[in-house]
Design a protein around this ligand. Sequence first.
Ligand SMILES: [Zn+2]
Length: 438
Amino acid sequence: MTPIDLLINARWIIPIVPEKRIFTDCAIAIHQGRIIALLPQTEAAQRFSATQVENLSDHAVIPGLINAHGHAAMSLMRGFADDKPLHDWLVEDIWPTEKLWLSERFVRDGTELAIAEMIKSGTSCFSDMYFFPEQGAQAALDAQIRCQISFPILDFASNWGSGPEDYFTKGLALHDNFRANPLIRVCFGPHAPYTLSDEPLKKIAILAQEMDKPIQIHLHETVREVDDSLKQFGMRPTQRLMDLGLLSPMTQCVHMTQIDDIDLAILQQSGAQVIHCPESNLKLAAGMCPVDKLLSAGINVALGTDGAASNNDLDMFSEIKTAALLAKAVSGNARALDAHTALRMATLNGAKALGIDDQVGSLEIGKQADIAAIRLSDLNLQPLYNPVAQLVYNGVGHCVSHLWVNGKCLMRERELLTLNEHEIRSKVRHWQEKIQCI
Ligand SMILES: [Zn+2]
């Protein structure tokens, strides 16, 4: 018998690789944070003696979900301003509120709220782009969740910094602090082409290449963004970023709702990643990303919730369902974005987009044990012919029972183990009282 740390016995295991496979009554063996075997439960019982055994007889086990785009601390502005287009929402509500309240404490408390919600709905890794990113990084580290911190860079000042030079200085210091951390990756987060002039964008392109670090940027979110760029620069934003040297396989383009044939060719040639945020796009009426077309063209498409102020939740299962339904509507083809592919977008495609698919995104031997378990015993999930259909089309975020990151359990039977729910509630209440007094 080989001694190991953890053995997860599950009714169904959906490893993502090999593709479109479901293993029944199998087990995952985990030791020192990594997956060391995936095998029938009977065989596992003979081969391994585990310190901890989880018997999940009504559950599907999948790679932890990867929320590839969001603004975690904006959870404190959930339901604060709704039913407006992006520009009015930003200028009339979000930016003035941020000016008043944004601080280290706001970001720390808001990020904790977001992380708690994400863990409870099966997310083991998230990407964050927000001010005071050192607070976001520390909150993630304390909760032991995996994340990419894209430190923000804009032309104008914010409560966090005075302008691009200040953002570079602070962001690069943060990068150095977390350089050797296995959970937290710090990279560049230029906000959008319309909030940055050419010089800082060029600098980001050079630094990111020298440091071999990803760039995450909002891109082609609305028609207005593309029209304004045509007026101001005589070209579409994608072309402008390409000319500035900013597009490569390390570039994560968030939204991409407006895509013509030239944009598509640019994405293909550059190898850039696309991050689709369907619920935010729908709510802000920003447009619709042609996911099926992008996937058919060989472009990697991952999924993100965007911030809770424009979604209004961070439940990736809800996002997966919306993405699958929207892809069918946009392409006029019910076969577009089948359930397995939709689940892959939220797992392995997410890992690929963030450049960590050698570590996570699938349940393969050698990968880090980032794993979610979902109890599929609720009445509204019966009968159960195909667990993947239930995961994708039945909104099972509230059925997530367990979550592990690097083999460490962050939630067991829906109880958070690295965060205090009671404390989070009281901090959020405090912020609500402050913010609604304006
Ligand atoms: Zn965003």
